[in-house]
Design a binder for this molecule. Structure first.
Ligand code: B3K
Ligand code: ZN
Length: 885
């Protein structure tokens, strides 16, 4: 398949200054009239006007009202010769929103019209120079049936509306800010708005609206609160104010990803807007808050300053993820109060690290590995990845660490002062950060933008009792990734502490310093290997490295079990304390997988018990530290990866932890009762998380008291977090009431699409706790026939198929290969409907070469079957092609 290279970037010969769009909206035949004022680009070589169009029926095309002199068409590209400096190009197209199952471009959802244009959906609406470096001012007129589509929205300000004959009406919108086409949006549907008026920092009044279907009006308050908090945070933290008089969020049930930051008209997957205590869990509330913030923050980092080309995607995504992570941490800290703030921030950081390790590390170790700024792609939609987003955010975080909060803020201020209203590159961003910080040298730092793969940092320490010094040697290396063999040393900030034998942090004094400094220091590793000598110590310390997960690397540290237990008990850095527990659990789980007769070491049980019983520790932290590392993460650590052996080990490990600590789990669950009505609050959420975890261990162990408790909690729950927590525990057990509680849950929520997604996911993710039970695949197949399931709705696909393929490796990789055959069937079926969703599912098998040989054979044949299937989309072809390369 052809691939597009970053190095080939060329500015366009013609840009667009203004664009006037008119939509005559009809489900099966929408006519789009597009009038563009095209202007010659003085910074580019002369050439034709270039427009892209895809799946369009072109009705007419004129240049300054005349038939164009010469038109060339090549695939999606349309080249038009034109003279002069400014010409008006008018093009009329017809599209069929109803037939558009890709959910890219203009499509129908529950009778309403919605758009999704990033990355290249706008060309599925009209012919346009559909690239982010073309920023134009948009005027949009929508015309539709008043009854089915009473609400007509687009970007910017409403300037006109009125009635039309035949039961139709229209609305005209004007966006005062120039924007790339990927930020265009329209909505024409039967919705209602929840509204609030607020004042911005400069005293302007702005109207905020959250548009949903009428029946959902009782679950939008949290999204609105999140929006107001995001506005305040960006004002206070970065001095960035909302630049529009009106800001709208629209929720839609059929949506490929989480949400989209269209200028002034964000469109969201309902999953990230709707929340009320009876239907949403604490985690759902947290996700709504962070996605609302993320899209809102894009208004400056993404919209006001955008990307020159799609290779620069991390310019807006990495930065905006970093911003939403900081926002969530601040919100949690504020709610937790002075005493709980530090722990709340750490728990959020641990969450982010978990995501990075579970999703990005495997990506960086597989055939799709790419730098945060890729050099080539076949299909840009495949590059909205954990690397571009999450590792990209880690790279920004390292800049923040290296420059300090003030230096970073100065860099941001300068960034906006230089580039507001422009489409720029990652180099522009990093250069401005350097310039704002007295020319801080960031040349070597740029390798983070060009090298793929997770760097390894190997640490070793040498204690010299004679002079009380401890020499820490850090060596870095990055494994080869596809197409990239030689790797250069990176700038790696390693936050380090030294723990004394009493469990307290030692003051740190590096050789050459006159006195000891703080107990955590950021060591700057820039060479392949570097030593740091700490002096003035009285006893051999235990190193605690990469505190706060200061860089997206794998730390290799030779620690015996006793040391891990020591850090589990004493590490002052909560991230590292959690990490010590994860490392110990990983070691135990992998040893048990390698040897089915190996048991759980008593020392591990003791360390686990001590954490569980430590009431001084925040429950949210304990819930994190006592949860086993994710299965996908463990599989990548296991060489070769054997999902069935790992699953068997995890079942035994969970059971032993449940049985041996049963009394502690039971009393913890009691102690974690949250009184009063539900509120979304980190303190309460932490208690609920720990109680639910306790139920999971007890249920896994088949503990009768625990199972009874789970059933009582299921029946008496006053909120979804408790109800679903109890349900999950019961489903992940051999309890005979499993089916009955699933049915009761279904009966209660039969009409609630988002809650049913949880019901689907829970069953698709079920382990077999009973050797005689039917494989999960049988249940997944049966659920596909459920009336509520649809292959056309991405949320349903992600809940049922996505969970089975990506979160249930112990079942998916059944030795008979049935899971793999089913995977290929579904990828092929989805490919015909929605290539983006199909490609996401296709990625579930990309790391197959890490697996044991028997599974490799089975997977390879299914990958080949998909690759050979007819009409393969570029999306799926790229994923499967690279997996087989
Ligand atoms: N920018 C969008 C993602 C668009 C994905 C296109 N396939 C959402 C976000 O990152 O905020
Ligand atoms: Zn984003």
């Amino acid at each position: 398949a052809p691939s597009i290279q970053r190095a080939d970037y060329q500015p366009l010969a013609w840009k667009v200054e203004t664009v006037d769009l008119h939509f005559r909206l009809e489900p099966e035949s929408t006519v789009v009239t597009n009038r563009m004022l095209c202007v010659r680009n003085r910074e580019a070589e002369a050439g034709p006007i270039r427009l892209w169009g895809e799946d369009l029926e072109r009705l007419s095309l004129t240049v300054d009202g005349q038939a164009p002199q010469a038109v060339r068409e090549q695939g999606a590209l349309l080249e038009i010769e034109a003279d002069g400096e400014r010409v008006v190009v008018e093009v009329q197209t017809r599209i069929n929103p109803k037939a558009n199952t890709t959910l890219s471009g203009l499509y129908l959802s529950n009778g309403g019209f919605f758009t999704q244009c990033e990355a290249e959906g706008f060309r599925r609406i009209t012919c346009f120079p559909d690239r982010p470096d073309v920023m134009a001012r948009f005027t949009v007129t929508l015309e539709a049936d008043r009854k089915t589509c009473p609400v007509l929205l687009s970007n910017g300000n409403l300037v006109e509306q009125g009635e039309l004959p035949g039961g139709r009406h229209y609305a005209k919108w004007e966006d005062p800010f120039p924007k790339p086409s990927y930020l265009f949006a329209l909505v024409a549907a039967d919705l209602v708005a929840y509204e609030r008026t607020v004042e911005t920092m400069s005293g302007r009044e702005v109207l905020l609206q959250v548009w949903v279907e009428a029946g959902n009006l009782d679950r939008v308050e949290h999204a609105m609160d999140s929006l107001v908090h995001s506005m305040r945070w960006d004002e206070e933290t970065f001095g960035l104010e909302l630049d529009l008089d009106r800001f709208m969020i629209v929720a839609v049930a059929d949506f490929n990803m989480g949400a989209m930051e269209n200028k002034g008209l964000n469109i969201f997957n309902t999953k990230f807007i709707l929340a009320k205590p009876d239907t949403a869990t604490d985690v759902d509330y947290e996700n709504v808050e962070s996605v609302v913030a993320h899209e809102y923050f894009h208004n400056w980092t993404g919209n006001r300053v955008t990307c020159r080309d799609w290779f620069q995607l991390t310019l807006k995504e990495g930065l905006t993820v970093f911003r939403d992570q900081q926002f969530s941490a601040d919100m949690l800290a504020r709610a937790a109060g002075a005493e709980g703030a530090a722990s709340a921030c750490a728990v959020k950081r641990i969450d982010d690290v978990r995501v990075l390790r579970a999703a990005q590390f495997p990506e960086d170790a597989g055939p799709m590995a790419h730098p945060i700024r890729p050099d080539s792609y076949q299909e840009i939609n495949n590059f909205y990845t954990a690397t571009v987003y999450e590792k990209g955010a880690e790279v920004i975080r390292m800049l923040h660490t290296l420059l300090g909060p003030e230096g970073f803020r100065n860099g941001m201020d300068l960034y906006f002062s230089y580039f507001d209203g422009q489409a720029v590159t990652c180099d522009d961003f990093v250069e401005v950060m350097s310039e704002a910080n007295n020319g801080f040298d960031l040349d070597q730092f740029m390798h983070w933008y060009s090298q793929a793969g997770t760097p390894r940092v190997k640490a070793s320490g040498q204690w010299n009792a004679a002079d009380g010094s401890y020499t820490l040697t850090l060596a870095q290396s990055t494994p080869a990734t596809p197409g990239e063999h030689a790797k250069l040393p990176l700038v790696i900030p390693v936050a380090a502490g030294l723990i004394g034998p009493d469990g307290r942090d030692c003051p740190l004094q590096l050789e050459g310093e006159s006195q000891p400094g703080p107990t955590t220091r950021v060591l700057k590793l820039t060479e392949a290997s570097q030593s740091f000598r700490f002096v003035g110590l009285t006893a051999e310390p235990v190193p605690s490295l990469l505190r706060g997960f200061s860089a997206p690397v794998i730390l290799e540290l030779d620690e015996d079990d006793a040391r891990l237990a020591f850090r589990m008990a004493h590490d002052a850095d909560p991230c590292n304390r959690w990490d010590a527990a994860q490392r110990y659990a990983e070691r135990v789980a992998l040893a048990m997988a390698a040897d089915p007769s190996a048991g759980v070491p008593a020392a591990f049980l003791d360390a686990f018990r001590a954490l569980l019983g430590n009431a001084a520790l925040d429950p949210a932290f304990r819930a994190q530290a006592l949860a086993l590392p994710g299965e996908a993460y463990l599989l990548e650590r296991m060489k070769p990866a054997d999902p069935l052996a790992l699953r068997a080990a995890l079942v035994r490990l969970m059971r032993t932890l449940g049985t041996s600590l049963a009394a502690e789990w039971l009393s913890t669950c009691e102690a974690m009762q949250v009184p009063g009505p539900y509120r979304y609050h980190p303190g309460d959420a932490g208690r609920r998380a720990l109680a639910n975890l306790a139920l999971r261990y007890l249920a896994a162990a088949g503990n009768a008291e625990g199972l009874a408790l789970a059933q009582r909690r299921f029946e008496g729950a006053t909120n979804m977090t408790e109800r679903f927590g109890a349900l999950a525990a019961l489903v992940q057990s051999t309890h005979p009431a499993r089916e009955a509680v699933l049915a009761a849950f279904h009966a209660r929520y039969r009409d609630d699409a988002l809650v049913l997604d949880k019901w689907f996911a829970l069953q698709a993710g079920a382990w077999r706790w009973d050797a005689a039970a039917a494989p999960t695949l049988a249940r997944v197949k049966a659920l596909m026939a459920d009336a509520a399931f649809s292959l056309s709705n991405p949320n349903k696909v992600y809940a049922l198929l996505g969970t089975y393929f990506r979160a249930n490796p112990g079942e998916f990789h059944a030795a008979d290969g049935s899971g793999h055959v089913f995977w290929a069937d579904q990828v092929i079926a989805l490919n015909a409907k929605n290539p983006q969703v199909a490609a996401r599912m296709a990625r579930a098998l990309e790391n197959w070469r890490h697996f044991v040989p028997a599974l490799q054979a089975s997977i390879r044949s299914q990958l080949e079957r998909v690759l050979a299937s007819p009409d393969l989309s570029p999306d799926v072809a790229e994923v499967v092609g690279k997996a087989l390369d």
